[in-house]
Design a binder for this molecule. Structure first.
Ligand code: FIX
Ligand code: ZN
Length: 405
């Protein structure tokens, strides 16, 4: 019963890097994009001697060929990212036993983007997805400025990494766009930053604001970032009743020659988040941490603050062993009051594998927990399972957005 209910529950994917078709080239899809996913690029370079520059000089299709040959033909696709490609092809009805990349390409060539979006949503069991929207991105910004018609299944999240993590450059950009900003972050500038944030929240109809942060993120700290969070982000978030989502623990560009695949991880201080939740009880926070070592502390922190919603098994934790461990731990500490997963998909097709794999693991944890309850005489009904599944796969997110503190 849990199986059928979990498989038929519709998901809200709260953090992706996908775009609606209105964003044109920004919406990545298709086998060559799937094969050149940065997770696979990192794995490719572990076993290939190809000079980095030579790889980056190749066309996308050539890169995909090299990755396919290296990671799928010369060895078995055992890693989670490789297995993901197999799940995608298989779920789309392609014959993976043939290992015939040309045949897969030919199939993809017959798809058109609009109906492919429908197919992928259907196969993955998705109701809607949240994009990552960066007003500092020169390709994305004009799409918003011309008020393009966005597929309502794609929601926006205002991503503010450039503002918080690179204030000097962001300040210059703001000036160029007509905001009276100064590097010293005077009160006038803070007001202007609030105007900027508010304007983009409204324009995008953003569901939350978000940032990724390094392992050494602290709060309080003597950096523009802390000042911006306290005097700009949090007041605007309160005004719009939006959560501020913090993704903590990424060590950007540990190996820059790998480009997008070159980021690493380190343990961060959950205490910074704890202080934010305590100091700003009328603000809502969402948080995910990248390091496994932070997961227990994060779950305990969520027990202490109703203004904190923890979410997802992010990036290097989006692997079955960690998802199983983290979801079970969260369930034991928090009941169903968390968001177990997001896909982080960069390529549309990837939501198929990310959700097929995660859905099965969430189901496994629920079956175990319902089993433990049954052993104590508490039999869950079909309606109760349905309700719990809906909470975990989207309801908790939407309820948290509505919540007023
Ligand atoms: O910062 C983020 O949102 C990260 O998820 C990405 O930047 C990262 O590259 C990624 O794709 C992880 O899954
Ligand atoms: Zn992401």
């Amino acid at each position: 019963m849990v199986d059928t209910i979990l498989n038929s529950s519709q998901i809200t994917d709260i953090h992706t890097h996908l775009f609606s078709p209105a964003f044109g080239e920004l919406l990545l899809w298709g086998i060559d994009e799937v094969l050149t996913y940065h997770y696979l690029v990192a794995e490719y370079f572990r076993v290939s001697d190809m000079p980095y520059e030579q790889f980056w000089a190749m066309t996308k299709q050539q890169q995909a060929d090299a990755i396919w040959q290296t990671l799928f033909i010369r060895q078995s696709p055992l890693s989670e990212a490789c297995r993901g490609v197999v799940t995608v092809l298989n779920s789309l009805g392609l014959d993976v036993s043939k290992r015939d990349l040309q045949e897969y390409r030919a199939w993809y060539a017959e798809q058109d983007v609009e109906s492919f979006v429908d197919t992928v949503f259907k196969v993955a069991g998705l109701k809607s997805v949240v994009m990552t929207n960066d007003p500092f991105d020169p390709t994305e910004r004009p799409v918003w400025e011309r008020n393009a018609a966005i597929d309502p299944r794609f929601h926006a999240a205002l991503r503010i990494d450039p503002l918080l993590n690179d204030w000097p450059n962001a300040c210059e950009k703001l000036k160029g766009w007509g905001y009276a900003a100064d590097a010293a972050l005077s009160e006038k500038t803070q007001k202007e930053v609030r105007r900027f944030l508010s304007g983009w929240i409204t324009r995008m109809k953003a569901l939350y604001m978000a940032v990724s942060l390094p392992p050494d993120f602290a709060f309080p700290e003597d950096l523009p970032r802390a000042k911006l969070i306290e005097h700009c982000v949090l007041p605007v978030a309160r005004e719009h009743n939006l959560p501020f989502a913090m993704m903590v623990g990424v060590k950007r560009q540990v190996n820059p020659t790998l480009k997008l695949a070159g980021d690493g991880v380190d343990k961060a201080d959950v205490g910074a988040l704890e202080r934010l939740c305590a100091q700003f009880p009328r603000n809502k926070f969402m948080a995910t941490f990248l390091s496994r070592e932070n997961q227990h502390t994060l779950s305990v922190t969520a027990r202490k603050f109703r203004n904190l919603m923890i979410f997802g098994c992010w990036w290097f934790l989006n692997d079955p062993s960690f998802i199983r461990e983290i979801t079970r731990m969260r369930m034991e500490l928090l009941g169903p009051s968390f968001i177990p997963q997001h896909s982080d998909a960069r390529v549309l097709d990837q939501v198929i594998y990310k959700w097929t794999h995660s859905r099965a693991l969430i189901k496994e944890v629920l079956i175990e927990k319902y089993g433990d309850l049954a052993a104590s005489g508490w039999q869950v009904t079909q309606e109760e399972i349905q309700r719990d599944a809906e909470m975990l796969l989207g309801g908790n997110f939407w309820d948290f957005l509505e919540r007023r503190l």
